[in-house]
Write a protein that binds this ligand. Sequence first.
Ligand code: SAM
Length: 467
Amino acid sequence: MPSVYIKTYGCQMNERDSEAVAAQLVARGWSLAQSEATADVVLLNTCSVRDFAEQKAINKMSNVVGTARSEKRDQIVGFMGCMAQSRGQELIDKLPDVDLVLGTQKFHRAAEYLDELLAGTRKKIVDTEAEAKSEATIREHLLNGSAKTSVSAFVSIMQGCNQHCTFCIVPATRGEERSRTIPDIVAECRELVARGVREITLLGQIVTSFGRREKRDEWQVARDATDVSLVTRHPSPVTPFVQLLDAIHELDGLERIRFTSPHPKGYGDDLVEAYARLPKLCESAHIPLQSGSDRILKLMHRGYTREKFLGIIQKLRQAKPNIGIYTDIIVGFPGETEEDFEQTLSLCREVKFDNAYIFKYSERRDTPAATMPDQVPQAIREERNERLLNLVNEIAARKYDAFIGRQVQILVEGPSKKNAARYTGRTRCNRIVLFDGSARHQGQLMDVKIERTGSFTLYGDPAVVNL
Ligand code: SAM
């Protein structure tokens, strides 16, 4: 049987899509190659969020096909995911050795198309068509592929985005919001727990918009069909996303629930209250800010103000004082002045994020921001990126240092990639902890005392608290 090597660019949704494609092939007897040089098939799962990510994937593909040609190796190569969706045939026109271009609604067709290409019944395949119900096809997991994934798994609950932020290409690459049903997701989570998973992270482009588009009667049918013990009995009306959290929370054997990525508009009182009410919902929140300036937030079409954002943080900290808060920020959005940027800096000083993913604004084709006036010069984007990074790192380091001497609960994921004598786990608020461990710790929930800190890492000692 053939072997496949999949390289993934971008977010956790992309990682999850790659895992589902790999699992689909493994289920048919394929093996997973350790490198592209030894694989019969190489697939690049692409990201379009920034131009840099697209260029990286294109360069990688040029190298892969160039090496295969010079070594006279027969290899099937393909692009899949976001860039495959947005560029389609154009990718084969640019790189004629590419055999397959698989869009974001077609991951489940990978095995069928690769069989056809390997058998030679088709020479090139480009499929970027929309497909109804494709949101429910990202299901298979590779739990034995890595020791870590058997403890913690990602579950894709929806696809697409309707927010249409002016900078963002995602509505074009992932399509309109489409959600799976609660019973279908719960069934997948139940299977994962039966296979040893103890932590589940729910995934979606705007995960908090889960189920909003689906009609109420459709939901009723789905909920009537499920095991009633799993359906929320919450008295007040809650969003479908919180209903889903309630349903998953009831799974015996599941210890922790997380989700990413949400939108600030999704942090209504019902979700804030869920943090206080549901013990398995980890006190960790990813809340993408993008900018601290109301003027820029409006130009971005974000749908909230600085004050509203600060109000959400305050409510979350009231509900869970030790909650870890993470964010995404874009610097150098068109028209961003020094004063606007100062607003972002001052918001970061006020909120004291536990970490922030900072992106230099990247023009994306066919997005409204790409043609807005006053594009910010690259040098200024770089400079603001560095200033913000310094501030965020300085605040984060202080917050990490405050853990020294504290006892925290971790879920042990497996051996550290860099040092196999060390084991790695995560706190409930999503900080990585390294400790001297062994295979018997794998999958355990245990307490450790934090002794020192490194760069975005805590070092713990379990012996002190687990005698
Ligand atoms: N749910 C998230 C939200 O509320 O915006 C969307 C996640 S998005 C797929 C991941 C991150 O990529 C965004 O939060 C944003 O910071 C960044 N991003 C998206 N488009 C970008 C662009 N054109 N330039 C730079 N960064 C961008």
